[in-house]
Design a protein around this ligand. Structure first.
Ligand code: XBP
Ligand code: MG
Length: 234
């Protein structure tokens, strides 16, 4: 049974902004800098996005294509160094405003804040990446919008596990049915659902799926809805 809507919980990558091309470029530059002969082109990266988490994505790719490198006991340190470099490169790309908010995001945020709703973030990416995106895409204003920002630093078990969404509920001290999650991917929909949170989808070309079982509604982007419309779907 839905309670009065008290909070919107936004995913980041693919939802707040189309960030995955910047992530992909940063991964490839990090591979080059560390002398790892991997190159993720767009079709391959889209398939790899079925795996949440950059570190998990690299490990899965290595296991499938470069088992000798993965078996090397230095790989754990290499993966950590690769991801640190990638995060540095990505944050440089987005902190300068290279990746804007997706259409409709700002309007919905303003409607929600005007209605006194609380806002939160539940993401698989790192806090550094979230901060850089909010700096670049909102000129820093976005830091004041989100009362709770839960990311991979706080919730290391990645979507579709519900850990990050459960952490947001705990920090908001709200029941799942008083919230609405906004996601772009199947992993994200499943994570929100497993936390008991009603969820809608704003499709992204990077994570598009033929269906999003359990989502209340699937939008092309948030210009297709409004706060009152979202509330009516619950
Ligand atoms: C999307 C992800 C992340 C990014 C890469 O996160 O799965 O892994 O692709 O960022 P979400 P990292 O949609 O939950 O915001 O390399 O920092 O993982
Ligand atoms: Mg996402």
């Amino acid at each position: 049974m839905a309670l009065p809507l008290a909070a919107l919980i936004f995913d980041v990558d693919g939802t707040l902004a189309e960030t995955e091309e910047a992530h992909r470029l940063a991964f490839n530059q990090a591979f080059q800098r560390h002398g790892v002969p991997w190159e993720w082109d767009l079709p391959l990266y889209k398939s790899l996005l079925a795996i949440s988490g950059g570190k998990e994505r690299m490990r899965a790719y290595g296991a499938a294509t470069d088992p000798t490198r993965l078996a090397d006991d230095r790989f754990v340190a290499l993966a950590s160094a690769l991801h640190q470099t990638k995060t540095e490169l990505y944050t440089q790309m987005v902190a300068q405003g290279g990746v804007p908010l997706r259409p409709g995001v700002l309007d919905l945020v303003e409607q929600a804040r005007g209605a006194g709703l609380r806002l939160a973030i539940a993401t698989t990416t790192t806090r550094a990446n979230v901060n850089a995106l909010l700096d670049g895409a909102t000129h820093g204003a976005g830091h004041a919008w989100f009362e709770v920002v839960a990311c991979s630093d706080d919730a290391p078990v990645k979507k579709p596990d519900p850990q990050v969404y459960r952490l947001v509920l705990e920090r908001l001290t709200l029941a799942a049915q008083a919230c609405l999650a906004i996601e772009d991917s199947l992993n994200g929909v499943m994570a929100a659902q497993r936390a008991g949170i009603p969820v809608v989808v704003t499709k992204s070309p990077f994570t598009e799926s033929p269906a999003y079982p359990g989502a209340l509604r699937v939008f092309s982007d948030l210009t297709e809805t409004s706060l009152s419309h979202l509330d009516s779907l619950r």
